[in-house]
Design a protein around this ligand. Structure first.
Ligand code: C2E
Ligand code: MG
Ligand code: MG
Length: 633
C-alpha cells in the first residue's frame, strides 16, 4: 500500500509491558470526550435507537436490522474510521478510511491501526495510544502527517477513543489539510509585508527570539548572532516628490536586492540569512550563527554596494543610499531588546557620521552615550540638590606676581560618577537649558565668595571671573540677574568679570550686544575666553565693550619647551599682545605651567597669567592663603 506509513514502534502486545505505558495520554482534546471529530460513532454505538446500552461489539445485542443500518452508516460516513481491537488490530475500516489510505477497506482488517496513521513514530504519541488501548485513558487526539495515495501530504486529526463495549476502540481520521493550508496562508499574510513580500516585524522578532534562545542551539553552532539594521537615506524625499506608488516600487526593488545579497552571503546555510522589513524604509538582515564581525561587515559592505546601483523605476533612474548599523555578539545573555537598542544606536551613528555607510557597534562609544544620557537626566535636579561646587584659580599679575583675581570653575560632585570636570557637563547643560539655572548659581556663589575676600583683604581686593555660556545671554535676563546678585551680595561691579567665548560675542548684534553694553555700563568687566581658537576679528572685538582677552592655552603650550622654543608662536603672541594693547585691551595668558613660560610672557608684555605654575584650581578656603604677593618669576 503506497500511501501507508511505515510500520514503526514495537508490536503492541510487547509494548503493553514497557515503561512507556506509564506515561499519560498527551493529546487529549480540550473539549472533553464525546465532542471531537471521533465522537459520532461512540454515541451511536453506546446508545441504540431504543436507548439500550450496548455491552459488546458494535451491534451485538441489537436487532439485526439496526446493526445493518449502523454498519451502513459506518461505511458511508465521510469521516474515515476504523474499529480497532484492544490489541491494536483493525476489526473493520470504513470506505472513507480506505479512500484516505488508498486501500480497499477489507484489506485493512487485521492491520495494526497504529501503522496506518503513524502513531508509532513518536514515543509520546505511542505511549498515549497504548494507554487508550489498555483502557487507562479516555482518549488520544493528535495531528499526523500522512501521505495520500497520490503522494501528497495530508494533515490528519486522529482521534482514538474507547467504544462502550470496552473491547474495542474507535479510531477516526479527519483530513484537516484545508484548514492547515488556510492557517498557513493566514500566518503567511500576518507575518509578511504586502509591499515587499519580505518577512515583517512580527516574524523578524519571532526568528530573533528563537535565534537568541541558546537552549536550542544545535551542537557545533558558533553561538553568535549578527544584525545589519538598515535605513534608506532620503527615502522620504522620494515618497514626497514621486509619490507613494513609486516609493512602494522602490521599497520592493530594494527588498529584492537585499534578499539576493543575503542569499549570496548565506549560501550553503539552510534558509540563508533572514531579510525583513521592519517598517517604513527600515530593513534588517539577521545572521544567525554568525562567525564574527568580519562576516557582518562584509555583508554590510555588499548591501551598500548593491544599493548603490541606480534603480530604474517608472521610467526614471533613481539613486539612493543607505545607512547601516551593524551589531555582532555572543547570543547567550543577549536579549532582543538589547540587540535592537544597540542596532538602533549604531544606525544613528552611521547617519550622524554622514550617511551612506555602515558603522559597527562600539561599546565604548555607547558607554559614553549612556553616561551622557545619565548625566543629562540628573543635571537639572543636581542644581537643587546642591551637587555643584566651585573651585577658584588665581589670575596673577605677570609684573609683580600678585594675585589680581580668581576664575571660578564649577565642578559636579556626582553621587554616582564622582567629581566631574565642567567639560563633561557644561555642553549638556547648554543643550537642555539647565545652564541658565546652573549659571545663576555659579554667579551668585562666586560673587558672595568674592565679597567675603574683599572684606577680609580690603586693601588688595581680588576680582572674580565667572564663565558665562552663550545660552545664558539669550535665555535669561543676564543683566537683571547680575544686577540683582551684585546688590544682594554687596560685591562692587568692578570686582566682577564675565568670561564669554569668541563665538558668543562675535557677530553679536541685538540682544547679546545690548546685554554686554549694559553690563559694561554697570562697571562689570567683559573678557573673551579661549581667545585665538575662533576667527575673531580683533578690530571688531575692540569696538565691543570688552576689556580683556584670555589667550587660549595652546599658544603658551606652543612655547613650553626651552630646548625647542617655537619662535612662530612667540612672535604671534607678541604681535597679539601689542595689537590688543593698542586697542585698549589687557591680555591674560592661560595654561602657564612653567617659570620659563611666565618669564617670556612677562617680557612679551602680557598682563596677567593663569595656570598650574601659580596654582591649580582650589577650593575657596585655600585661595585666602594665596592672597599674599606671589614671587615674580
Ligand atoms: P576655561 O574658562 O578656559 O578655564 C580654564 C581651564 O583650563 C580650566 O579647566 C582649568 O582647570 C584649566 N587650566 C588651568 N590652568 C591650566 C594649566 O596650566 N594647564 C592646563 N593644561 N590646564 C589648565 P576646567 O576647570 O576643566 O574648565 C574647563 C572649561 O569649562 C572652562 O574653560 C570653561 O570654559 C568651562 N567652565 C568652567 N566653569 C564654568 C562655569 O561655571 N560656567 C560655564 N559656562 N563654563 C564653565
Ligand atoms: Mg574661562
Ligand atoms: Mg579659557
Amino acid at each position: 500500500m503506497g500511501g501507508r506509513p511505515q510500520p514503526a514502534g514495537p508490536p503492541l502486545r510487547d509494548l503493553y509491558e514497557t515503561s512507556a505505558l506509564r506515561e499519560r495520554a498527551v493529546s487529549e482534546s480540550p473539549d472533553g470526550p464525546g465532542h471531537g471529530p471521533g465522537s459520532t460513532v461512540p454515541t451511536v454505538t453506546e446508545r441504540s435507537a431504543t436507548g439500550r446500552r450496548s455491552r459488546t461489539e458494535p451491534g451485538v445485542g441489537r436487532p439485526a436490522s439496526e446493526v445493518r443500518d449502523l454498519q451502513a452508516a459506518f461505511n458511508a460516513a465521510q469521516l474515515a474510521m476504523a474499529v480497532v481491537d484492544r490489541e491494536g488490530k483493525v476489526i473493520s475500516a470504513n470506505q472513507a478510511l480506505g479512500a484516505l489510505l488508498g486501500a480497499e477497506p477489507a484489506r485493512l482488517t487485521d492491520e495494526p491501526a497504529a501503522d496506518l496513521v503513524g502513531l508509532g513514530q513518536d514515543s509520546r504519541t505511542w505511549a498515549a495510544y497504548c494507554e487508550v488501548l489498555r483502557g487507562r485513558s479516555e482518549r488520544l487526539r493528535c495531528t499526523q502527517r500522512l501521505k495520500s495515495p497520490d503522494g501528497h501530504s495530508v494533515w490528519a486529526d486522529v482521534t482514538v477513543a474507547p467504544l462502550a463495549d470496552s473491547r474495542s476502540v474507535l479510531m477516526s481520521v479527519a483530513d484537516i489539510s484545508d484548514r492547515r493550508d488556510l492557517q498557513a496562508r493566514l500566518r503567511h499574510l500576518q507575518m509578511h509585508d504586502p509591499v515587499t513580500r519580505l518577512p515583517n516585524r512580527a516574524l523578524f522578532f519571532e526568528r530573533l527570539a528563537a535565534a537568541l534562545d541558546t537552549s536550542v542551539h544545535p551542537r557545533g553552532s558558533t553561538g553568535r548572532i549578527g544584525l545589519c539594521y538598515l535605513d534608506l537615506d532620503g527615502f522620504k524625499a522620494v515618497n514626497d516628490t514621486l509619490g507613494h506608488r513609486v516609493g512602494d516600487q522602490l521599497l520592493s526593488a530594494v527588498a529584492q536586492r537585499l534578499a539576493h545579497c543575503a542569499d549570496q552571503a548565506g549560501y550553503g546555510r539552510r534558509g540563508g540569512h533572514l531579510v525583513a522589513r521592519l517598517g517604513g524604509d527600515e530593513f534588517a538582515l539577521l545572521v544567525e550563527d554568525s562567525t564574527g564581525t568580519e562576516q557582518l561587515s562584509a555583508l554590510a559592505g555588499s548591501v551598500l554596494a548593491t544599493l548603490q546601483r541606480p534603480f530604474e523605476l517608472a521610467g526614471q533612474r533613481l539613486s539612493i543610499s543607505a545607512s547601516i548599523g551593524v551589531v555582532e555578539r555572543v547570543a547567550a545573555g543577549t536579549t532582543a531588546t538589547a540587540l535592537m537598542q544597540a542596532a538602533d544606536t549604531t544606525l544613528y551613528w552611521a547617519k550622524a557620521d554622514g550617511k551612506a555607510r555602515w558603522t559597527l557597534f562600539d561599546p565604548e562609544r555607547n558607554a559614553h552615550r549612556m553616561t551622557r544620557q545619565a548625566l543629562a537626566s540628573t543635571l537639572r535636579p543636581a542644581v537643587e540638590h546642591g551637587e555643584f561646587t566651585l573651585e577658584y584659580q588665581p589670575l596673577v599679575g605677570l609684573g609683580d606676581g600678585s594675585v589680581r583675581g580668581v576664575e571660578a570653575l564649577v565642578r559636579w560632585r556626582h553621587p554616582q560618577f564622582g567629581t566631574l570636570a565642567p567639560n563633561r557637563f557644561i555642553g549638556l547643560a547648554e543643550e537642555d537649558g539647565s545652564i541658565v539655572e546652573l549659571g545663576r548659581w555659579v554667579l551668585e556663589t562666586a560673587c558672595r565668595q568674592a565679597r567675603r575676600w574683599q572684606l577680609e583683604h580690603p586693601d588688595a581686593p581680588v576680582f572674580v571671573s565667572v564663565n558665562v555660556a552663550v545660552r545664558q545671554v539669550w535665555d535669561s535676563d543676564l543683566v537683571a540677574d547680575v544686577a540683582g546678585i551684585l546688590e544682594s551680595t554687596g560685591l562692587p561691579p568692578e570686582l566682577l568679570q564675565l568670561e564669554l567665548t569668541e563665538s558668543a560675542v562675535m557677530g553679536s548684534a541685538g540682544r547679546p550686544l545690548q546685554a554686554l553694553q549694559a553690563l559694561s555700563d554697570m562697571g562689570v568687566s567683559i573678557a573673551i575666553d579661549d581667545f585665538g581658537t575662533g576667527y575673531s576679528n580683533l578690530a571688531y572685538l575692540s569696538r565691543l565693550p570688552v576689556s580683556t582677552l584670555k589667550l587660549d592655552g595652546s599658544f603658551v603650550q606652543g612655547f613650553r619647551d626651552e630646548e625647542h622654543p617655537n619662535p612662530a608662536d612667540e612672535t604671534i603672541v607678541e604681535a597679539l599682545v601689542q595689537l590688543a594693547h593698542r586697542l585698549g585691551l589687557t591680555v591674560t595668558a592661560e595654561c602657564v605651567e612653567s617659570a620659563e613660560q611666565a618669564d617670556r610672557l612677562r617680557r612679551i608684555g602680557c598682563d596677567t597669567g593663569q595656570g598650574w605654575f601659580y596654582s591649580r584650581p582650589v577650593p575657596a578656603d585655600r585661595v585666602s592663603a594665596l592672597l599674599g604677593p606671589h614671587p615674580a618669576p
